[in-house]
Design a protein around this ligand. Structure first.
Ligand code: ATP
Length: 274
């Protein structure tokens, strides 16, 4: 286990020891505090393979912190994160992405001076093999790489239904399309696991239906998808497994029906949406 203050955190050189079993993704006893607030308290979970798992919970339950800690945005105070048998605890975000875990954000930060396609290409650059020198002097290798990246980004735009917007100014996209672009961009690293942070928030019903179709398509393409979401009808209709966080603790983990009927979950949500 890597504890808070461990020098490996600061250097970003976390252990890459081979880890537990053959699961795709496993988190063991994750802890994260901000001052006196315990955002994650001993959260553990295991994903065997591709599929959809949703994480729900009231505001402030620790859902986004879970994504931030497991994708290298924040260091955990305690606990371990394994991906495909490798301990990735404390690795920086770009390395986690390179290994095959990508994420989206509640509010996508897009490059406003770029087109939709150029924004999608940004995601593909994590795996770039061309150095600064070749790129700067536009050597043939850099041009070939750019063409390859362009092709991959177009394919990802097609996947999310945005290829017809490729040449458009990114500022012209409404919220729903910005969210789809965020997913296209996160596909650029060719992930095996993608974490979507509130993908349905602010979307109209027809956009949520499209999002559901896209998530199903990702799973058919053998991706595992973790969805952090408040939209209960969406979560319950799309997930086989739902995990509930409350005050940083995992209070339920089961099928949508089991979770819906769980007294602890009902109590956590009392006064909020059912
Ligand atoms: P929501 O559904 O409202 O987005 P959430 O379940 O995603 O909430 P988190 O954003 O993970 O919850 O926050 C968990 C707790 O940690 C909250 O009390 C929050 O205020 C706190 N927190 C999260 N990030 C930080 C931070 N960078 N600095 C200080 N406190 C933070």
């Amino acid at each position: 286990m890597i504890a808070s203050g461990d020098p490996r955190h600061k250097s970003g050189q976390s252990s890459s020891k081979v880890g537990v079993g053959s699961s795709l993704f496993e988190v063991i006893q994750l802890e994260k505090s901000f001052g006196g607030i315990r955002a994650l308290c001993g959260v553990s979970l295991r994903l065997e393979k591709e599929g959809i798992v949703s994480i729900i919970g009231p505001n402030g339950a620790g859902k986004t912190t879970f994504i931030n800690v497991t994708t290298g945005m924040y260091f955990p105070d305690e606990g371990d994160v394994y991906f495909q048998g490798q301990n990735i605890t404390g690795l920086p975000a770009h390395m986690v992405a390179h290994l095959g875990i990508s994420r989206t954000f509640q509010l996508e930060e897009l490059f406003s001076s770029m087109t939709v396609l150029e924004n999608a290409m940004v995601g593909c650059h994590t795996g770039s093999r061309t150095g600064m020198f070749a790129a700067g002097f536009r050597l043939r290798s850099a041009r070939e790489e750019e063409n390859r990246t362009r092709g991959e980004a177009l394919e990802n735009l097609r996947m999310v239904g945005l290829e017809h917007r490729a040449a458009d100014d990114v500022n012209s996209l409404p919220l729903g399309e910005r969210k789809m672009l965020g997913i296209a961009r996160s596909l650029g690293v060719k992930p095996n696991l993608i974490m979507l942070d509130e993908p349905a928030s602010g979307l109209a019903a027809h956009e949520i239906a499209k999002l559901g179709d896209l998530v199903q398509k990702l799973v058919e393409n053998r991706l595992a998808v973790i969805i952090v979401e408040h939209n209960m009808p969406f979560v319950m209709s799309i997930s086989k497994r739902v995990i509930v966080l409350d005050y940083g603790r995992k209070i339920a983990d089961g099928s949508p029906d089991d979770v819906r009927a769980d007294p602890g979950v009902i109590k956590a949500y009392l006064g909020e949406e059912d």
